[in-house]
Design a protein around this ligand. Sequence first.
Ligand code: ASP
Length: 408
Amino acid sequence: MKILKIKLHWQILIALVLAVIFGYYVPTGIKYTAWMGDIFLTALKMVIVPLILSSIISGVTSMGGGKNLGRLGGKTMLYYLSTSTLAILTGLFLVNIIRPGVGIEMGLTQSVEGLTDNVGSINEILMRIVPPNIFSAMANGEILPIIFFAIIFGVFITQVDDKYKNSLTTFFEAVFEVMMKMTMFIIKFTPLGIFGIVSREVSRNAHQLADIAGGMAIYMLTVVLALGIHAFITLPLIVRFVAKAKPYQHLNNMATALLTAFSTASSSATLPLTMEAVEHKSGVSNKITSFTLPLGATVNMDGTALYECVAAMFIAQVYGIEFTFIQQILIVVTALLASIGAAGIPMAGLVMLTVILTAAGLPLEGIGLILAVDLPLDMMRTSINVWSDSCGAVTVARSENEETSVAV
Ligand code: ASP
């Protein structure tokens, strides 16, 4: 079939455009296509837990114990914290200059009942990392506890007798190889899956969005502009000068994963594609991808961090509240923590916004104001989250003197 000769990311782009047209003009046809999106997302979810578990365990054992892990962990966290902070500062800068909230009518507010039910305090969120029961964490797809368990399990594999060490290492490497093969098989269906997901979202939201978007256009533009600066200037500069690698070649390698992140609005669902692209296309070793990417998908969310800051400042502006410098620093810090605590699922960032609004003493109803336009912004910030994770993997790999295929 000729269509299969088109590169996958072009197939996805075509699927995206067709989905928008189909969802907008033939909303009744969705009942015949939505299942493709559901199966695609379910298949991705199906591979995530065994993929993360086997990849982290085999990654940690190949590092050969605690010392290397500590060094890599330190570098990875340094990258995550600094890029997220840079993203927040970009958002803060633009929202202070553009001031999109000034002159917005409160009448746009929607009701937000139920949205805040599941948010805990930052403390509770941190406590969720240690699983009381690893099997229930796996059954519920809770990624952070699985990562925590897998790291510890991997470290202790390196400390048992050679006989056990070798068989466990080989076993988890084998599981990982199989999971990667399964992932590559699922990736082939991405255009169909994305068509199903996006056409349904468009049919549900497009008409309402078109009505509201006008009044919120400047707010949306502020977010998009800030995300654009972070994605196309800040991160490429880091890849170019810190990692000494080619950012735009790497971006090209990431196209399929980024388009999937955009369409699914979920970094976690995109994780299998991110891992495949970073390892097989950009040539980062399994040791580093397996450790940095699952962690990044839940902890490192530059787009979300930036968004939290812009959204909180926007709400403050709408309510006519001026923040002092110190209060803005509080917003920066809580935005960082909220982005770390947000899960890699759709709308998680919006839910975490309640943490910031509470900390800053802003009314929670403010969320109702931005609810209607959250979906397109969620899609964009998720792509930036995944893009930053992938740049992090390249940066850490290059700092470990890995050649990769994107080195300058
Ligand atoms: N949807 C985002 C993600 O999965 C999180 C968010 O809502 O900001 O990365």
